[in-house]
Design a protein around this ligand. Structure first.
Ligand code: NDP
Length: 308
């Protein structure tokens, strides 16, 4: 049978390119878990993904209620779950004021981390039940959360501190919208959320890999400078960022290439090792990369994921 892969945020950028690459293998059925149903349908159509290779299901990660509803809808479809890809994200670098998820968490961490965390935790049971030989849970990470890299050292740097803001509910009402309890900074909130994504992947690996056989992995596919992720940035940034990444840092990858990389982590039989943060070198070969100190701190992993 075909491998059933759920991809969050498959309506554009990396998620869409991955759905397309997986569809082209002829061996996958992709569940496009998206907040805008029509946009996702149109994106699949214009990417040329054949109808029989995908299903769009509604999921708004900025609402924990919607996450639960998605899980219900998916279960009612009767399809097995073989691979879950947590890919969707928002990035709000120019926001002066925080905005909030349905339950009142700062929106970047609320969407990128909390929504995905609940989704992954609930769907773990479905992954366990699947009879597919290589079951995987993949969370898209980023270089920007890794302070052991040049890109990760561009201020404001990721820093979860003692997580007092997260414990306080990520809003001004009780504490602060930022995980470390500091002043709101949209770019930092995104980077912090990516650190949480990478911590979650490793903590899940430590807790559940042996018992379940599920592969837990994260990745940095390269700088995909033209995706919608930068839609909220100032226009000058959006014009200059792609050539800067192409010619200066040489970290640029096309959406198509990045989609092929994520598709490898989903379905390549040689990339089944669990607990790995994958990256690619200049020749587009994959390698196991090192996470920063904070992104691999097991104590913080436990704090971010919570008690068993
Ligand atoms: P895009 O903005 O193109 O894609 C993000 C996707 O997330 C969109 O489909 C968007 O939906 C979806 N999304 C946003 N909010 C929600 C929500 N509340 N509920 C459900 N879906 C939501 O960006 P990218 O493709 O670049 O980003 C994909 C991943 O890659 C992210 O995890 C990002 O952190 C990561 N990444 C990107 C890099 C880059 O250089 N671009 C580098 C490293 C990592 P909609 O279409 O409705 O807006």
């Amino acid at each position: 049978r075909k491998c059933v892969v759920v991809i969050t945020g498959a309506s554009s950028g990396l998620g869409l390119a991955t759905a397309k690459a997986l569809s082209e293998t002829g061996q996958c059925h992709v569940i496009m878990a998206c907040r805008n149903f029509l946009k996702a349908e149109m994106a699949a159509k214009s990417a040329g993904i054949p109808k029989e290779n995908y299903t769009v299901m509604h999921l708004d990660l900025a609402s924990l209620e919607s996450v639960r509803q998605f899980v219900d809808t998916f279960r009612r479809s009767g399809m097995p779950l073989d691979v879950l890809v947590c890919n969707a994200a928002v990035y709000l670098p120019t926001a002066k004021e925080p905005s909030y998820s349905a339950e009142g968490f700062e929106l970047s961490v609320g969407t990128n981390h909390l929504g995905h965390f609940l989704l992954a935790r609930l769907l773990l049971d479905d992954l366990k039940k699947s009879d597919y030989p290589t079951k995987r849970l993949i969370i898209v990470g980023s270089i920007t959360g890794n302070t052991n890299t040049l890109a990760g050292n561009v201020p404001p740097k990721a820093n979860l501190g003692d997580l007092r803001g997260l414990v306080g509910g990520l809003n001004d009402l009780n504490s602060s919208p930022m995980i470390d309890g500091g002043e709101f900074d949209g770019a930092k909130a995104y980077k912090d959320s990516k650190v949480c994504n990478m911590l979650t992947m490793q903590e899940f690996h430590r807790r559940y890999h042996e018992e379940t056989g599920i592969t837990f992995a994260s990745l940095y596919p390269g700088c995909i400078a033209e995706t919608g992720l930068f839609r909220n940035h100032v226009p000058l940034f959006r014009t200059l960022f792609p050539p800067f990444q192409k010619y200066i840092t040489k970290g640029y990858v096309s959406e198509e290439e990045a989609g092929k990389r994520l598709a490898q982590v989903v379905s390549d039989p040689s990339l089944t090792k669990s607990g790995v943060y994958w990256s690619w070198n200049k020749n587009s070969s994959s390698f196991e990369n090192q996470l920063s100190k904070e992104a691999s701190n097991a104590d913080k992993g436990i704090q971010v994921v919570g008690d068993k």
